[in-house]
Design a protein around this ligand. Structure first.
Ligand code: PMP
Length: 428
């Protein structure tokens, strides 16, 4: 199957290059390949499978919906209404009454496009401020505001008026980064860029960021940085878009990651884990004051996936019933303790995470530069031992794990002991 894919599919494949397996079925935190090997899946569909593969109750809800109505464009339907109300009910109380929802195409990038267009329309301005190391998707607009450059170089692309600034992170600045500004200095730079007329940067339509940069290598925003970004954007009437495509729907231990920072965004972007088992859908939640869109301003055929709505309603019901957020927090502590063993390893520059989103940053102890070859070896050896992990960050030198959010303590034990063994074996 890998050879056939190599022959017929575009070269733009990603995962099978590093993880050369062909999959047949999944169940919970496990996935099986065509040879019958079973793996612990800590890639989990790039964070999509928040309730694991094939959660039986969600599967049943989708099958029920499948025989009733599958697609309804943007006509109202009872299941869409239930989904909308369920999403709004997850907002902090102050935002619940203030926010509207817009359904977008099936992917996160679709919703990022919608967020950018909404803010441009509402402010009548064109530019956007984004941050180095951020990732927002592969469509033109979403790519243009992404601060990871590899995808952009071959298509010579940017979007007029997009400016990148350093991201104020918690902990050490990512290995290989030229700028080593602390969180306050990063916020100062934003303030100066926006308020000094000699900066040459006109007031933008929006500031867009992730609370934890996922693809960027699990880089966590410093609370002082994020609070000041909110204060500055607020004072200058610039909408703040928080991209929660990866961090949202419980990944970091609260439904939205921004809740842990005491800030209120103007626009929230959601997709990946909305439906628990990967039925595609995306949406933005946004301050009703921005709702200056004319009818038809942002349309698309696949904005009425009733199967996704059914799965999304069931996902939230299960989160509440099973206290999945509590599980995220408990399993997160377990990971922190288990991976703490790696702190002493000179090749491990940093181990960091929020909820069930963790990264092990590998860098050369001599020069502090990222160690991508070592990270590739760790990923390969982990796969041999039955554990699927992802890589990200600068030069792909951060080992990333994104387990299902209902993962059990036993599975975390097995996975972290494989990971610690493998890292220690590869660095000794
Ligand atoms: N924003 C963030 C923060 C993401 O992590 C991703 C996907 N990794 C996207 C946007 C794009 O989502 P999609 O791949 O569904 O277009």
């Amino acid at each position: 199957l890998l050879a056939r894919q190599e022959q017929w599919e575009s070269r733009a494949r990603t995962y099978p290059r590093h993880l050369p397996i062909a999959l047949t079925e999944g169940s919970g935190s496990f996935v099986r390949d065509v040879d019958g090997n079973v793996f612990i899946d800590f890639l989990a569909g790039a964070g999509v499978l928040s309730l694991g593969h094939n959660h039986p109750e969600i599967v049943r809800s989708v099958i029920r919906q499948l025989s009733a109505l599958t697609h309804a464009l943007d006509f109202p339907t009872p299941i869409k209404d239930a989904f909308t109300q369920a999403q709004l009910s997850m907002l902090p109380p102050r935002l619940r009454t203030r926010m509207k929802v817009h359904f977008c195409g099936p992917t996160g990038a679709n919703a990022v496009e919608a967020a950018l267009k909404l803010c441009k329309t509402a402010t009548g301005r064109g530019g956007v401020i984004a941050f180095r190391g951020g990732f927002h998707g592969s469509t033109h607009g979403a790519m243009a505001v992404s601060g990871l450059v590899a995808q952009k170089t071959p298509v010579h692309d940017g979007m007029p008026g997009v400016h990148f600034l350093p991201y104020g992170s918690l902990g050490p600045y990512p290995a290989g980064a030229a700028s080593r500004l602390g969180p306050q200095a990063c916020a100062d730079q934003l303030e100066q860029t926006l308020t000094d007329s000699l900066s040459g940067v006109p007031l933008p339509a929006a500031v867009i960021l992730e609370v934890v940069q996922g693809e960027g290598g699990v880089v966590i925003a410093h609370p002082d940085f994020l609070r000041r970004v909110r204060e500055i954007t607020h004072a200058l009437c610039i909408p703040l878009i928080v991209d929660e495509v990866q961090t949202g729907c419980g990944r970091t231990g609260t439904w939205f990651a921004f809740e842990q920072y005491g800030i209120e965004p103007d626009v929230i972007v959601l997709s990946k884990a909305l439906t628990g088992i990967g039925i595609p859908v995306s949406l933005i939640l946004y301050d009703a004051a921005l709702d200056t869109w004319a009818p038809g301003a942002h349309i698309g055929t696949f904005r009425g996936n009733q199967l996704a709505f059914a799965a999304g309603v069931e996902t939230i019901r299960i989160f509440r019933r099973d206290d999945v957020l509590g599980n995220v927090r408990r399993r997160s502590e377990q990971i922190a303790n288990a991976l703490g063993e790696l702190d002493a390893d000179p090749w491990v520059r940093d181990v960091r995470g929020r909820g069930l989103m963790w990264g092990i940053e590998l860098a050369c102890p001599d020069d502090g530069l990222p160690a991508p070859r070592l990270a590739a070896a760790v990923q390969k050896q982990a796969l041999r031992r039955g554990l699927i992990v992802e890589r990200g960050g600068r030069e792909d030198a951060v080992i990333r794990i994104l387990p299902p959010l209902n993962v059990t303590a036993d599975v975390i034990d097995s996975a972290t002991s494989i990971l610690v063994d493998v890292v220690q074996a590869c660095t000794s």
